[in-house]
Write a protein that binds this ligand. Structure first.
Ligand code: SF4
Length: 495
């Protein structure tokens, strides 16, 4: 079934492979342009959109500032309504809790409504190791799962697939795991949706246990909220006897009045709709109606680490709308797989390093550089996360984590060059000698440099140790005269 991101190469390498796939680029360009246009049209309808963004950011910041109190209130309210609340420090603890519930009920399969938190913790793989099959029921997630593929977008995980590819996946794989695709299936969207509906309905009616995420958790009443477009969430949340919801601790909002702001911001920013077709809410257990055993797993898995980062903590405002992905020039060309995580695009470039920490994993360390810093993500973000500023801060943290004094092994050429520069620049006498040397080198290079650049100076070729930097840029020869020598010679430009 679905693959995993474990062992993915760093962003530059993964992006190179993605850029070579012209079908992928064409699918992405078409899909992101369509979603962008829909979003722009419905956002333009709201006169106070900017005020709504400010309100969304303020609610999230205030909640994060008192997160401990809101979580305790949420736990108390959920418990009072018959739910069992579990606290999970990391992915291992969260998976163990869900697996234990499955074991207690001797279930062999669970249905899932799209939950990024369960993908983040690798729940499907953990349940498979226990002999429990986890079936994704969101249409795009189903396509990814049947295709042994990886999600590449927060909202549309199969955005990299076109309808011909989806038809082929359905015909080839549905029969192996349940009801086969209808005979003569064509790649018409309505026929493909019907095939998925028939295939999934069997699973909804059979499953005794469901696993969900939550878009929001209202602390004052202990209410979890899932918004979706296909009705699969409603099926998962009402039909099975047992429901387990895995919820990141940043999903809490204090009151229903606060929720109102996000129910306006989210659908317009994500699917480009005025409101979500399905908004499901539930609070614990209601006798004779819906699941009779409800578990809520409150997941940390690096979120408290992100909260401690003064610049980066704003990433925890994210409501996973995916607007930043759809406007990002890097994402549009590479797609989501290159980010090596269930959280791709600009938000993934900051959230993954914040959850994991710098200097731990080369792939994660490469993500803050996966951006042009153009700022389009900030403009689109409904909760005003200043992604470019966080990216720059994270780049500094990655550099710091790789300083020789902070890690074992041979220092990088860049670190050696910086140390040498610091030694030369610390003394005026040394700087004068360096300038003389540089000017002499500049005169030689000016004679023998490879070619003349605009402005008259010559370009040097590729420099050993400069890596890819000079592969894409001309390195100009040093000036034949230093600024201080010029100043002396011309009396500050007067002669
Ligand atoms: S960072 Fe902002 S734009 Fe991107 S997914 Fe999160 S809320 Fe949406």
């Amino acid at each position: 079934m679905s693959g995993t991101f474990v062992g993915m190469p760093a962003f530059p390498e993964a992006a190179r492979a993605a850029l070579a796939d012209s079908q992928l680029r064409s699918n992405l360009a078409h899909a992101t342009a369509t979603i962008r246009a829909k979003r722009a049209a419905v956002v333009a309808e709201i006169e106070d959109w900017e005020e709504l963004r400010v309100a969304g950011a303020a609610v999230k910041d205030n909640t994060l500032a008192h997160l401990d109190e809101h979580l305790v209130q949420l736990e108390a309210a959920l418990t009072a309504r018959g739910a069992r609340v579990h606290w999970a420090r990391d992915a291992t603890e969260a998976c163990a809790i869900v697996a234990q519930v499955a074991r207690d009920h001797r279930v062999e399969e669970v249905v899932k409504v799209k939950s990024m938190a369960t993908q983040e913790i690798g729940l499907n793989e953990a349940l498979a190791a226990e002999g429990v099959a986890a079936w994704e029921t969101d249409l795009a997630e189903l396509i990814v799962q049947l295709g042994d593929d990886l999600p590449s977008h927060i909202l549309v995980p199969a955005i990299h697939r076109n309808r011909a590819e989806i038809r082929e996946i359905f015909v080839r794989r549905m029969k192996d795991v349940g009801r086969p695709a209808p005979d003569g299936l064509v790649d018409d969207p309505a026929r493909l949706a019907e095939a998925a509906r028939l295939h999934l309905r069997e699973k909804f009616l059979r499953a005794r246990m469901a696993v969900s995420g939550a878009n929001f958790a209202v602390a004052e009443t202990g209410t979890l909220v899932v918004v979706e477009s296909e009705g699969n969430g409603r099926m998962c949340l009402t039909l099975p006897e047992v429901l387990v919801s895995v919820v990141g601790i940043e999903k809490v909002v204090p009151t229903w009045a606060d929720l109102d702001v996000f129910l306006q911001l989210l659908p317009r920013s994500s699917t480009g709709e005025r409101m979500n077709p399905y908004t499901s809410t539930w609070s614990g257990v209601t006798p004779g109606d819906g699941p009779q055993e409800v578990h809520v797993v409150l997941l940390d898995n690096g979120r408290t680490r992100a909260l401690a980062d003064e610049v980066g903590r704003q990433a925890l405002r994210c409501i996973r709308c995916s607007a930043c992905l759809n406007v990002c020039p890097v994402y549009e060309r590479t797609g989501g797989h290159a980010y090596g995580s269930v959280y791709p695009g600009p938000i993934g470039a900051i959230l993954n390093p914040l959850l994991r920490g710098p200097g731990v994993d080369a792939q994660v360390d490469s993500l803050p550089y996966a951006s042009t810093l153009c700022g389009a993500c900030f403009e689109a973000c409904p909760v005003r996360i200043d992604i470019p500023t966080v990216l720059v801060e994270l780049r500094a943290q990655v550099v710091d984590a790789h300083r020789p004094e902070n890690r074992a092994g041979a220092p990088k050429p860049e670190a050696v060059a910086m140390k040498a520069a610091a030694w030369w620049l610390r003394s005026g006498d040394r700087l004068r000698r360096l300038e003389r040397l540089s000017s002499a080198f500049g005169r030689v290079a000016d004679r023998f440099g490879r070619r003349r650049l605009p402005g008259g100076r010559r370009a040097l070729g590729r420099l050993p140790g400069a890596g890819a930097w000079t592969g894409a840029r001309d390195l100009p020869a040093p000036p034949t005269e230093s600024f201080r020598a010029w100043w002396r010679r011309t009396d500050g430009g007067r002669s």
